[in-house]
Design a protein. Structure first.
Length: 194
């Protein structure tokens, strides 16, 4: 995929995406602290200067990787206006479980940040959390109250816990995980959706 002789020259958008794909793999393997601009540039087949042309530093590059992952998760969990509330909840939880299971290393920080996670992880997690609370509230046609927001927020933490165990507990079926999550949402919000 490099711009060596005989290869098609990549557009700036294609090159940026190529760098993000490679950086994402490095972040998964080595975490935030272990990821190296030099190693990423080497794998892409470009100079460090070219990587810096697109991303002024390591933190900017890794922030772009995390934003890309965050955007992909938001797209995957977006509600379908033609679906029922239960279908939308199950679809979103199913997509979340898939993304959580596929993430590793520094990318998994987006799903469960810890005290030493970079500030951008906390920012993205907070943004996503707020949007997901709003989506669930709107899907269930619940009033926007502190009680509702706290109930849905606690449910999101429950979903993350289920996702973690679904990765570590092979005897927890996807159907069981989805049922646990929908039952917990019904209980947390008091909303009996079919």
């Amino acid at each position: 995929m490099s711009n060596t002789s005989g290869a098609r020259r990549l557009t700036p958008d294609e090159r940026r995406e190529q760098i993000l794909v490679v950086a994402s793999a490095h972040l998964e393997r080595h975490g935030y602290d272990g990821a190296s601009i030099g190693a990423i540039a080497g794998e892409v087949g470009v100079t460090r200067a070219l990587v810096h042309h697109y991303f002024p530093g390591k933190s900017a590059l890794l922030e772009a990787v995390l934003r890309r992952e965050s955007d992909a998760l938001l797209r995957a969990t977006a509600p379908d206006p033609a679906a029922t509330p239960r279908q939308n909840v199950e679809r979103a939880v199913d997509a979340y479980l898939d993304h959580f299971a596929a993430a590793a290393g520094g990318l998994r920080d987006l799903y469960r940040p810890h005290a030493t996670s970079p500030a951008v992880v906390w920012e993205l997690t907070t943004e996503n959390h707020g949007l997901q609370v709003q989506r669930v509230r709107e899907a269930l046609a619940l009033a926007d109250s502190a009680r509702t927001r706290v109930a849905i927020g606690a449910w999101l933490a429950f979903v993350e816990q289920v996702a973690r165990h679904a990765v570590d507990e092979p005897d927890l079926s996807r159907r069981d995980a989805l049922d646990l999550c929908t039952d917990a949402l019904r209980t947390a919000t008091g909303h009996p959706f079919p």
